[in-house]
Design a protein around this ligand. Structure first.
Ligand code: PMP
Length: 285
């Protein structure tokens, strides 16, 4: 992704795509001192862009990094990138990290906090097969406890096990992996939250121990506004026996129906279709 035309915003200015580089002694590369955001721009407007800017600053704070930019300044950087590249529909990636300092070690107090924003055109996350229903593997690794790592942060370090689990899933012909948490309850996929449907009611894991996605929060509110009962609670994997439909939510994944998780099967049903349509309308409104 490094050799192409375009502009990337880096530390306050737009630079050529190919010149958006960091030094090999960047703290983040060695110690995962990095947080990021994934956002989508629809018809020229980033859906919940300001909320994403605020989450980026909060993720940084959770990693003991003070953002050099306000949420409004981050909003402006994202706008500048979209404009410079002429995008109206794109995925936006903001990243904030500890750079190289005057020494190199675990402590990063004297390493500058840096930031960049890139954008690119990115279609359906799970490809054309979306309406066949995604096939998910059950990850061997578990989502960690909030006492182990700041699970509310969208931090690079939390993605190491996502990449490992996604590779294992892909090797089995699955498109993603579903994580249980360290206590064995259903948690989230490698880049999306999960929902289940049973008899017209919606069940989703309580998001107090993994990323409470902005899409997840949007869908929960949308369902409640439409009078659909939503149960945010601990879900045991055996309960998947009784769920009829299942879908993933995320900025990149949007609303993606799930057809299979391990040996559990789900139908791609009318309710998931309606939720997907309603979400599509909302983000483009
Ligand atoms: N969980 C993980 C691990 C993710 O990477 C994402 C994508 N950011 C989500 C959930 C969904 O979050 P959002 O709806 O804010 O994109």
């Amino acid at each position: 992704y490094d050799d192409r035309d375009g502009k990337i915003w880096m530390d306050g200015e737009l630079v050529d795509w190919r010149d958006a580089k960091v030094h090999i002694l960047t703290h983040a590369l060695h110690y995962a001192s990095s947080v990021f955001e994934g956002e989508r721009c629809y018809n020229g407007k980033i859906f919940k862009g300001h909320e994403h800017s605020l989450r980026l600053i909060e993720s940084a704070r959770l990693l003991d990094m003070e953002s050099p930019y306000s949420a409004d300044e981050i909003d402006a950087a994202k706008e500048a990138v979209l404009k410079a590249n002429g995008f109206t529909d794109a995925y936006v990636r903001a990243v904030m990290w500890r750079g190289s300092g005057d020494d190199m070690g675990v402590s990063a107090r004297r390493n500058p906090v840096r930031m960049a924003v890139a954008a690119w055109e990115w279609g359906s996350y799970y490809g054309d097969a979306k309406w066949q229903g995604a096939k998910l593997d059950i990850a061997k690794l578990k989502r960690p406890s909030p006492e182990t790592i700041p699970t509310a942060a969208k931090a690079a370090g939390l993605y190491m096990i996502c990449t490992m689990s996604k590779h294992a899933a892909e090797a089995k012909g699955c498109s993603d992996a579903l994580f249980m948490d360290w206590e064995g309850y259903v948690a989230e996929a490698t880049g999306a939250n999960i929902f289940f449907i049973k008899d017209g009611e919606v069940h989703t894991p309580l998001a107090d121990r993994f990323l409470n996605g902005i899409t997840r929060q949007t869908i929960v509110q949308m369902l409640k506004d439409n009078g659909v009962p939503v149960h945010e609670r601990r879900i045991r994997p055996e309960e998947m026996d009784g769920f009829q439909e299942c879908f993933l939510t995320g900025t990149a994944a949007e609303v993606t129906p799930v057809g299979q998780i391990g040996d559990w099967n789900f139908q791609v049903g009318q309710m998931t279709r309606k939720i997907s349509d309603d979400y599509e309308k909302l983000v483009r409104a």
